[in-house]
Ligand binder design. Structure first.
Ligand code: FEO
Length: 402
């Protein structure tokens, strides 16, 4: 008995969760696992939406067979060829030799690249607006290039108003038998991991995500079935609103992400002193030690907050490596519209502020605020007034009380 769950009378969840892999895409920690979602539609024809990651292949195939209940599979829709959704495709093609593959032209090329298989007449290439009649349902395919790869498409079932959204609206975290976002307290317990998933996986592609949101806005949508995370049937507008903010690179909250790199703790002490004063003044802020926190978490916080306070020692005449990694990550994900304050430290030649600025200054809508707080090895007692002025400048910028 597996975790097959009914979504509607003829649509079934057949995905699987993994809690064993330490990293997603060999890059992002997933301490709470991740789900790889698939759906089987049992109409006059049977349809499987995507395949699965190798790590869950056994359970995935058992789930699909259980949902099919002895029927054969007529179609495999390949919405996305990243291997977390396609590593089992070769096995699926062997298991269901009569199934036709429905995919975009770019996906067909990738199928050949990844599997070595030339699908020939087994493939039906679709383009924007093409449809597949399965009986009661008509599936309409909509191209969603760069959400998150160029071959991506999403699928709309007009009969039941279901949007199969590929990577969009996914999140990290195993499903563990839960199916719908309203079966958990999503915005309390899962929003942070949805933001971390969005910012790290899809964050660079804000413009294509905006394009997809516009297409989705023209549809009547009763449920959203993503390739990771929970199915949405309530509060769809709330998660769409988050996606709208994230993909326009607009902050969710007025507040300060304090990202601190510190070799011996002195830069951290200064960052904490600033955090204490900001908190006293009612400014929302969150502090991360970049040597202790994976950058994927801090990048997500940079997508959340309006202001970044970057604190780094000078190291090898540049920026300390933990900070450098974060800033390159922020730049690679093309974050926009943030105000940056900086603390630099240097025992003989402090230059890390200039180094930090040089990594980020090409980003659209980034403002580098004055003053920069400079430490010579450690915050000195005589810098009290300087710290107050620094904190007041942040408060004024955030819009809190100075
Ligand atoms: Fe979940 Fe872009 O793969």
């Amino acid at each position: 008995m597996h975790c097959v769950r009914k979504i509607t009378e003829d649509l079934f969840y057949v995905g699987a969760s993994d809690r064993r892999a330490p990293l997603f895409e060999a890059a992002h920690p997933i301490p709470d696992g991740v789900s790889y979602n698939n759906y089987v539609l049992l109409d006059d024809k049977t349809v499987l939406m995507d395949t699965a990651d190798r790590s869950v292949a056994d359970v995935f195939f058992q789930n699909v067979e259980q949902a099919l209940g002895g029927r054969s599979l007529d179609y495999i829709v390949v919405q996305h060829m990243e291997p977390d959704h396609s590593a089992s495709l070769s096995d699926a093609l062997r298991r269901w030799p009569d199934a036709q593959v429905i995919c975009s032209a770019k996906a067909l090329t990738m199928i050949k690249q990844f599997t070595g298989v030339d699908l020939g007449s087994r493939a039906r290439v679709v383009k924007e607006g093409d449809t597949l009649e399965t009986g009661r349902h008509t599936l309409r395919f909509m191209m969603a290039a760069m959400v998150h790869w160029p071959e991506v498409m999403v699928t709309y079932d007009a009969a039941d108003h279901t949007l199969f959204s590929a990577d969009a609206f996914g999140h990290f975290g195993a499903a563990d038998g839960k199916l719908f976002a309203d079966e958990v307290d999503f915005f309390r317990d899962y929003l942070d991991e949805a933001r971390r998933y969005y910012s790290n996986i899809v964050g660079k592609y804000g413009v294509p995500v905006q394009g997809l949101l516009k297409k989705a806005a023209a549809l009547e949508i009763a449920r959203v079935c993503p390739l990771h995370g929970f199915v949405w049937r309530r509060d769809i507008d709330k998660i769409v609103a988050k996606y709208d903010l994230w993909s326009r690179y607009q902050p969710e909250e007025k507040g300060v992400l304090i990202a601190c790199a510190s070799v011996y703790g002195n830069t951290m002490n200064a960052a904490r002193a600033v955090m204490a004063r900001l908190s006293e003044k009612g400014v929302k802020c969150a502090l991360y030690d970049l040597s202790a926190t994976h950058p994927s978490y801090v990048l997500a916080e940079a997508f959340k907050y309006s202001h970044l306070l970057l604190a780094s020692p000078t190291y090898n005449n540049g920026v300390f490596v933990a900070m450098e990694n974060l800033l390159h990550d922020i730049a690679a994900h093309t974050l926009q519209n943030r105000t940056v304050f900086m603390i630099q430290n240097g025992s003989w030649a402090p230059t890390s502020a200039a180094g930090m600025k040089s990594i980020l200054e090409g980003l659209k809508g980034f403002t580098f605020a004055e003053p920069v707080l400079t430490l010579k090895s450690a915050l000195a007692p005589q810098q009290e007034a300087e710290v107050d002025a620094f904190v007041n400048a942040i408060c004024e910028s955030v819009g809190g009380q100075a």
